[in-house]
Design a protein around this ligand. Structure first.
Ligand code: BGC
Length: 501
């Protein structure tokens, strides 16, 4: 999710231990994010947890006559999962300002403090209010973390390692989800299992809190806030060479230019920003409408709906989590070779087939009160793995990568903020609506998502330009101005004059 920086010029720089350690510490923000995505589904399928906080859902779930598809339909239960993303949208607005005014390091520290208080409230929760409050604080932490960490990594990474570090952040998100699935599996039958699961988030949160005391502030942020001397010193330290004048001058120029833009958000509304704004927004919406978070949040619940027992459901979530992580590695190695469009289109076909066949099987064999015959349940598990792997090497990482590489410098941070918020808003919508949609639409829900997948496949094929191998400072010239549709946004003389800062 890192915001990629400028062209891969030959600036003298080593990949120093400083940069590696600081990036790893910061990337724990990604692990934190992933852990929170993965933990709620398992916890909300634990009986002890349901009995304590959602007794109605518990009764419904164990009621023999209860409709399979509606067992878990409960607005407050969904709020437990979704509240985090609502808080993340709101807090990322503050985080963007904090990042600019007080630096990336402090923003990461605030993120870890919010995480820690949130984790304590969650693990010690005595009532639903404590539980939701804890989720809101975790969401606050995610808003701060997701805004600052990618920016932080991209600013300290030497140019040529920036792309790899970018997808590695998403890799850590998937590792976080997997860890959560494994923890849920082992704690499920324990009386205080849910407390252990929710409290487990303290490990990455503590690591981030202590680690954030050790990390450096980025040279860009120091220079931006008027501490040029310290900026130069830090640059020498993280690059491991004395001769950093060229990069230093570049950062100074960049920040000077950025300072002339008084209203980056207004700049973002210009016609010549539409291609990037529309593309990044649409990619984020599409990413969520693949239905991926139905699996990430509610896999255990979904597998129970299909008739798996509690343990088998959690184990299935571990399987999908493992596939998610491994398939993300494919993206790390292929995204610069095969290109973004190829992966997005291939995965759209793959995800479409998986969703349609899943929907067909459930429509044919999962009625209101029966259990899905075992062989079909395993087939559905396999199809879900096919779906998840397609997502993990395409719309997952590329959904973040493209918004981070297509904006020109003057709108980059504001543009990336819009992308993060769009993602959080649509994640919230899916988290809040899915269980109700499942209850009303039943197996049709899979056809609903597959319909979206057709639209996004067509979009990638017809409207998305390839950005592989293009330096981000040349995107406008080499990509957008050459595209059959988007070039029209640059042909307007009136707009050209407004283009100037
Ligand atoms: C998405 C998350 C999703 C995760 C799954 C990310 O790219 O933004 O919403 O849960 O991928 O790995």
């Amino acid at each position: 999710m890192a915001v990629s920086g400028g062209a891969a010029q030959d600036l003298p720089a080593k990949l120093t231990a400083q940069v590696l350690i600081c990036s790893i510490i910061a990337a724990f923000g990604g692990l934190m994010f992933g852990y929170d995505i993965g933990i709620s589904g398992g916890v909300t399928s634990m009986d002890v947890f349901l009995k304590k906080f959602f007794p109605d859902v518990y009764v419904k779930k164990h009621h023999a006559k209860e409709d399979n598809y509606c067992k878990f339909d409960d607005q407050i239960l969904q709020l437990f999962t979704s509240s985090l993303y609502l808080a993340a949208v709101v807090s990322s607005l503050f985080a963007a300002t904090c990042c600019k005014k007080y630096g990336r390091k402090l923003t990461i520290q605030i993120a870890s403090a919010l995480f820690l208080v949130g984790v304590i409230l969650n693990a010690a929760a005595m009532n639903i209010v404590m539980l939701i409050l804890g989720r809101l604080l975790l969401g606050g932490g995610i808003g701060f973390g997701n805004q600052a960490v990618p920016l932080f990594i991209s600013e300290i990474a030497p140019n040529k390692y920036r792309g790899g570090l970018n997808v590695c952040f998403q890799l850590l998100v998937t590792v976080g989800i997997l860890c959560a699935n494994i923890v849920n599996y082992f704690t499920a039958s324990h009386q205080y299992g849910w407390r252990i699961s929710l409290g487990g988030a303290a490990i990455p949160a503590l690591f981030l809190a202590f680690g954030s005391l050790l990390i450096v502030e980025t040279p860009t942020s120091l220079i931006e806030r008027g501490h040029s001397e310290r900026g130069l010193e830090t640059l020498r330290k993280i690059r491991g060479v004395q001769d950093v004048q060229k990069e230093f001058d570049e950062i100074v120029n960049t920040t000077e230019l950025a300072k002339q833009i008084k209203h980056p958000f207004k700049n973002l509304m210009k016609r010549s920003s539409w291609p990037q704004l529309i593309t990044s927004g649409v990619l984020q919406i599409f990413q969520q409408f693949t239905g991926i978070n139905v699996i990430m949040f509610y896999a255990p619940v979904l597998f129970q709906t299909m008739g798996f027992h509690s343990d088998a459901s959690l184990l299935s979530a571990v399987v999908t989590g493992t596939i998610n992580t491994i398939a993300t590695l494919v993206a790390v190695f292929c995204v610069d070779k095969l290109g973004r469009r190829f992966l997005l289109i291939e995965a759209a076909v793959q995800m479409f087939i998986a969703q349609v066949v899943t929907g067909g099987i459930l429509a044919a064999f999962l009625k209101s009160t029966n259990a899905l015959p075992k062989k079909y349940a395993y087939l559905v598990l396999f199809l879900i793995c096919v779906f998840v792997s397609g997502f993990a090497w395409s719309w997952g990482p590329i959904g973040w990568l493209i918004p981070s590489e297509i904006f020109p410098l003057e709108t980059r941070t504001a543009g990336f903020f819009c992308a993060v918020s769009m993602n959080m808003i649509f994640t919230f919508i899916i988290a809040q609506a899915f269980l109700t949609m499942l209850c009303h639409m039943r197996a049709m829900i899979f056809f609903f998502f597959s319909g979206w997948i057709v639209i996004m496949g067509i979009y990638a094929f017809a409207f998305l330009p390839e950005t592989k191998g293009v330096s981000i400072d040349e995107m406008n010239e080499k990509v957008w101005k050459k595209h059959w549709l988007w070039k029209k946004c640059f042909n307007n003389d009136r707009d050209q004059s407004r283009d100037k800062p």
